[in-house]
Ligand binder design. Structure first.
Ligand code: ZN
Length: 267
């Protein structure tokens, strides 16, 4: 039997096919022990109903996607709601896509300060709720509109300045290219809160919506998984595949079967 004990399904992998209720039922049916929901589907289902169904299905929760986006006007209030939602479904962490430049701005240093100030503002609530804030560095091509945090080292430094209750969400898609990845991950020991896997296709058609299935691209997933283990990370591993042209168009049961088949040897 393949070891799937650390597998978590990030629900965006089948977002076009399934509601959150169907994802929960699908994980249970396929023997996938954990789930990582997105907030839009969670709100659509209702937080209390989702919490109940996840519990009844016996699933663990790896994290909630996502908070952040501190360049937007109502970010603080929205992040406070996200912390409450994460706590309600028993998510150990809230994954943060921290946000880009405010509209019309060229002040990158200011945008980074704005992220850190915003995180500091919501952090007491997250600590009280027992929800780790998991900073996810994103590929630098997303710096303008999604994340002014681009590398593992940069996210780690911000996490260290913010202190207790702040960790990292490391996603192979965003970190694989980094020449300083190995030393950065080693330094992050004790602060890794989430680990996401997929693959980088060549050529990639779209930076956000053309992620590959693990094993179909150029990322050394087992190598990065070994780095995480070396840094003491023994938690759940989320498969997170946004794939508008391929996996979102397939039968979701087929998607889950392939995820399971690829996960055991790669992760
Ligand atoms: Zn991710």
């Amino acid at each position: 039997m393949a070891d799937l004990s650390r597998l978590s399904l990030n629900t965006i992998t089948v977002r076009e096919q399934w509601s959150l209720a169907q994802c929960i039922e699908g994980c249970a049916r396929h023997g996938i022990p954990a789930i990582g929901p997105w907030r839009d589907k969670l709100q659509e289902m209702g937080v209390a109903a989702a919490a109940r169904q996840i519990r009844d299905a016996g699933l663990q929760v790896s994290g909630l996607c996502r908070g952040g986006m501190f360049h937007l006007p109502d970010a603080i209030a929205d992040n406070r709601r996200a912390i409450d939602e994460a706590a309600a479904i028993g998510a150990p962490c809230l994954v943060m896509v921290c946000g880009g430049l405010p509209p019309g701005s060229k002040d990158l240093a200011g945008a980074r300060r704005r992220v850190e100030d915003g995180l500091a503002e919501i952090l007491p609530q997250a600590r009280a709720a027992g929800v780790t804030i998991a900073l996810e560095p994103l590929h630098p091509m997303t710096c303008a509109d999604r994340s002014v945090l681009s590398t593992t080292a940069q996210a780690l430094e911000m996490a260290e300045r913010l202190g207790e209750g702040v960790g990292l969400a490391l996603d192979v898609y965003h970190i694989w290219w980094d020449p300083d990845l190995a030393p950065s991950v080693r330094r992050a020991a004790g602060r890794i809160a989430a680990f996401h896997v997929c693959d980088w296709l060549v050529p990639t058609q779209d930076l956000v919506l053309d992620r590959g299935m693990i094993g179909d691209g150029v990322i050394d997933v087992p190598g990065i998984r070994a780095l995480m283990e070396g840094a003491g990370y023994a938690g759940l591993i989320e498969v997170e595949i946004m794939s508008a042209q391929d996996w979102w168009r397939r039968d979701p049961d087929e998607v889950l079967r392939v995820v399971k088949a690829r996960f055991a040897p790669m992760c």
